[in-house]
Design a protein around this ligand. Sequence first.
Ligand SMILES: [Ca+2]
Length: 334
Amino acid sequence: MKKIPVILDMDPGADDALAILLAVKSQAFDIKGITICGGNVSSDQCARNAAKVLNFLKVDIPIYKGSYRPLTASPKISDYVHGTDGLGNISSKWTYNEDLIKKISATDFILETLDKNPNLKIIATGPLTNIAKCISKNRPLMSKLKHLYWMGGAYTCAGNVTPVGEFNAICDPQAAKEVFNSYIPMTVVGLDVTMKLMLPKDTVDTLAKEGNETAKFCREILKAYFSYYTTYTSKPECCLHDPLAVLVCLYPNIISYSKIYKVDVSLEGITEGQTIIDRRPSYKWHNKDFLKYYEKEKDNFKKYGINEKMPTTNIVLDLDFKKALEKFISIVFK
Ligand SMILES: [Ca+2]
């Protein structure tokens, strides 16, 4: 099977670490590199965490550091979820190959790789700072990106940092806004679905007891993460937020309901980072009569930042969670 050329853009992070394990062990991807943004912890620590996961996997994939700071917001970290080092407070135990962390910047690497690989896809599981910077640097080239998968946002459900804000969106709302408004083709998994894909702690513990090396590794890196979610859901389990972005790229048929929407992001106040989809049923962007009406009322539409472009963001709203979990477990712990 032909491998899918991808870049993983992320902020590892316990669940980013699981996404790396899934992407590498699936053997379905030609992973050109891992680009890092600040998010769960600082970008330096995130880069070291990625290198530690690669060291465990015994694979050499180059890592490129990107933005430490969001475009306009102040940095927010979530060490209370992932551990102070982003990997369960235990990553100092592990060695990593410093040479994997390259000098070239994440944005330069993404643009150079896209230029050479017209079928490139990006799977982003952190704030969208690097992607937004690439769009600012070279919009014509980024518009050729085959597809962007993103874990982020909360479209029809509550947020997890604020009442309406999801972590990756609220970390860099300006970047998310710019990426959604670039009309790059995207598939997005937000909290609507990622909060329902749970990995039971028992599964990892049992496999670890049986001697499964990946399960032993996961038991360590997920320590803080399991404990956070156990408090959150009152069950010994954790959410597979970031791995779901990899899963929908690999197995689009696990998606049972998704819809293409225009998306915008709020930048202020209590709604900062809210990802807003236009669900009005009368807004039929593929309907000629509607487009005629739009043309007539253009000034009013534009006043609210609504343009005539066809929406390109596919929001995943339901999926076969059982199958998704089975795929995750069978690949990661094989
Ligand atoms: Ca992440």
